[in-house]
Design a protein around this ligand. Structure first.
Ligand code: HEC
Length: 245
């Protein structure tokens, strides 16, 4: 049995690593994983050291690898591979990253003239808020409910684009308090953006990988008008109009 102490110790370590790495959902964050593996390594070492004979048996293959004449080739291989491996790990840790920086959309892409809203044509440029959807108390209250149920996670409870999920998204969610976002836009345009989300953006629009959902899949036409009214009113902005140019 003593002969197997070394491979068994390594196998135990690998088995626990594999269980943590592949057996736990959602995946364990790298920093926590590092902690677990450190504890695992220390526990195995404590177990080995607790019995001097066991520890000697564990070290035996290492000692013979370093000393025995017949193991010269594996010895040289291991002694070359170790510094290379460490060097590579250090290099990949400090290597500059070329991921694009987090950015907010500042340029509003050209809208299509029309898009399909629940199957029928919606004219982005001529769209008018229906009179019964005006920003009265009832519609604003409904819009507020819709906003806090659906939009807050990304666009923030202060409508400043700093929702819980915002940090993880690139491009960042729009900050409705910024004068560069909805106050630059007409309501028809905003309606198009809300109804078709990131997937509705034209091909050439960058950053192209917007996480903004396609809200016409979840909200009725009236609900979209209501949430838009709320977003304008709560962020203190007004929509651009043709007359106001
Ligand atoms: C999963 C996160 C997420 C959710 C939830 C979300 N959005 Fe967005 N939204 C984004 C991101 C990211 C952008 C910026 C990229 C873009 O323009 O598509 C954006 C952009 C927008 C824009 C465009 C603003 C501009 O200036 O161009 C509007 C309008 C908007 N969102 C409204 C809403 C409304 C209303 C809701 C709720 C019904 C909502 N969003 C829910 C992520 C989200």
């Amino acid at each position: 049995m003593r002969r197997y102490t070394f491979p068994l110790a390594i196998l135990t370590w690998l088995a626990v690593w594999a269980a943590l790495r592949f057996g736990v959902q959602p995946p364990i964050p790298v920093s926590v994983m590092g902690l677990y593996l450190a504890i695992l390594t220390v526990s195995i070492l404590v177990y080995l050291i607790a019995d001097p004979e066991r520890f000697e048996a564990f070290l035996a293959p290492l000692v013979s690898l370093l000393r025995e004449r017949r193991l010269a080739v594996p010895r040289i291989a291991v002694l070359t591979a170790l510094p290379l491996l460490l060097g590579w790990m250090t290099y990949s840790g400090v290597r500059p990253q070329f991921d694009p920086p987090f950015e907010a959309r500042t340029i509003h892409p050209e809208p299509p003239a029309k898009f399909k809203l629940h199957g029928s044509d919606f004219d982005v440029l001529k769209a008018q808020r229906p009179p019964e959807m005006e920003a009265n108390e009832e519609n604003l209250a409904a819009g507020r409910r819709i906003y806090y149920r659906n939009c807050m996670y990304c666009h923030g409870d202060y409508l400043d684009g700093k929702g819980h999920f915002a940090e993880a998204l690139n491009p960042l969610p729009a900050n409705f308090r910024d004068s560069g976002t909805i106050s630059q836009l007409e309501e028809g345009y905003v309606y198009w953006r809300v109804a078709t989300g990131g997937p509705g953006l034209p091909q050439g629009a960058t950053p192209w990988n917007s996480s903004m959902p396609v809200w016409q899949d979840f909200l009725s036409e009236d609900e979209i008008w209501q949430v838009i009214a709320y977003v304008y009113s709560a962020s203190g902005s007004t929509a651009r109009t043709w007359e106001g140019h």
